[in-house]
Design a binder for this molecule. Structure first.
Ligand SMILES: Cc1cc2nc3c(=O)[nH]c(=O)nc-3n(C[C@H](O)[C@H](O)[C@H](O)COP(=O)(O)OP(=O)(O)OC[C@H]3O[C@@H](n4cnc5c(N)ncnc54)[C@H](O)[C@@H]3O)c2cc1C
Length: 395
């Protein structure tokens, strides 16, 4: 019988997404012998579909308070040691043209493919060995070595990096593998849930689904969080950047408050009444919002007829309602549509400097599999780069 061989490395990295490739390139270029194992047929699939195909690869401002984590201090160290300017320098080294869209969000002028090619080039510069398309069937640890079996091959190394991401968009090969592995080696997992995800409306609020395709510039609020961006009605409920952002702060049972007219000062409806007493609330709203949205909002406030005939206190009440319209989502569109996964490997078990497990020397976890989730707008890739870089420096 043919004897199985075991190949030896300094580090084995599981998952060739943004975090895994960054980590592999950094460690490889520091002279480490690195094996990067990807179960899909190519690297960086989420990068390829990100930012509408142009990859919103970072944000000019990435303070830790724009990340959700059970320990709000955890991400500070990695984010401050590898910042947006470091990634921009890498992008420029590879002559990739980029632009700022809005709110500090940086995109490729060309294609997200350029970012994947850049990371693969960086891996090649570090002589990283890459393997695709084979499932990892076993991972174990003993005598200070990790052994990973994939296909017919077994690889061994004193260091193992979990970079297999979170379960958002399972049809792209995303799995909960990171959590299973983390638990196997004694790390805890903060319950994963979908983040940056459209919310669904039911019951009485299904009426709003008829507005599918209508958008408005709003402020969306949930608890202490608020985002001023576009909201979009869909045939299932609510989406658009403002809703995706607030969804990460939303929990089942919470209401979401929408300010449909964030630019208007208090008392604006009384002013409209004074200036145009013969107009209706519906007409006033239709000048500021889409006509279909105006119809539903006016109808729901119950104020019909000319403003002149509506008492001021009723107008004040309508104004307050339009500034804090309460939606009670009955759920979200789930991992199938979530851009990220909230929760993940508990950061209490990891060093914030190196991403190494506190209780098992040589085990690391980086990227989306860890309980660090950024806002929409390049924050999640910056976390992938920064956590990958931190681990890569330590391997
Ligand atoms: C549609 C969409 C658009 C997005 N747009 C942006 C954006 O513009 N800007 C931004 O900052 N963020 C964006 N994100 C979020 C961003 O893509 C992720 O936060 C980021 O890719 C996480 O990187 P990662 O390396 O940790 O995980 P991933 O990119 O998920 O990489 C994990 C890798 O591990 C592999 N893998 C999984 N299980 C195994 C296994 N058992 N064995 C071997 N390999 C395995 C996967 O195939 C994958 O290649 C977007 C996400 C989605 C879904």
């Amino acid at each position: 019988m043919k004897k199985k061989t075991t190949n030896s490395y300094d580090a084995i990295i599981l998952g060739a997404g943004g975090a895994g490739m960054m980590c592999a390139a950094v460690a490889g270029q520091r002279g480490r012998k690195v094996l990067l194992i990807e179960h899909a047929d190519k690297a960086g699939k989420k990068i390829l579909i990100s930012g509408g195909g142009r990859c919103n690869f970072t944000n000019l401002n990435t303070p830790a308070d724009r990340y959700l984590c059970a320990n709000p201090h955890f991400a500070k160290s990695a984010l401050s040691r590898y910042g947006p300017q470091d990634f921009i320098a890498l992008v420029e080294k590879h002559h990739i043209a980029w632009h700022e869209k809005s709110l500090g969000q940086l995109f490729c002028d060309g294609s997200a493919k350029q970012i994947v090619e850049m990371l693969l080039d960086e891996c090649a510069e570090g002589h990283v060995e890459l393997t695709y398309g084979q499932e990892v069937s076993d991972v174990d640890h003993g005598n200070g070595m990790f052994r990973v079996t994939y296909g017919e091959t077994t690889a061994a190394a004193p260091a193992l990096v979990i970079a297999t991401g979170g379960p958002s968009i399972p049809k792209m090969g995303a799995t909960g593998f990171a959590y299973d592995l983390a638990r196997k080696f004694g790390l805890k997992v903060v319950e994963p849930r979908p983040g940056l995800v459209p919310l669904t409306l039911g019951g009485d609020e299904t009426l709003f689904r008829s507005l599918s395709g209508v958008s408005a510039q709003v402020i969306a609020r949930c608890g202490k969080a608020e985002f001023r961006e576009a909201a979009l009605f869909t045939y299932k409920g609510l989406s658009g950047p403002a809703i995706l952002q607030i969804s990460s702060y939303w929990k089942r049972g919470d209401a979401i408050g929408i300010d449909f007219l964030p630019d208007l000062k208090r008392g604006w409806l009384r002013e409209e009444k004074h200036n145009q007493p013969r107009t209706s609330l519906r007409s006033v709203l239709a000048r500021k919002l889409s006509a279909r949205l105006a119809d539903i909002l006016a109808e729901r406030t119950g104020l019909v007829g000319e403003l002149a005939n509506i008492p001021d206190n009723k107008l004040d009440e309508a104004e307050r309602r339009l500034a804090d319209w309460q939606f009670n989502p009955n759920g979200s569109e789930g991992f199938a549509k979530a851009e990220v996964t909230l929760g993940g490997i508990n950061t209490n078990g990891l060093s914030s400097q190196t991403m190494e497990a506190k209780t098992l020397s040589g085990l690391y976890a980086i990227g989306e599999g860890v309980d660090v989730t950024g806002w929409l707008g390049g924050y999640n890739f910056q976390w992938a780069w920064a956590s990958g870089w931190a681990a890569g420096q330590s391997l």
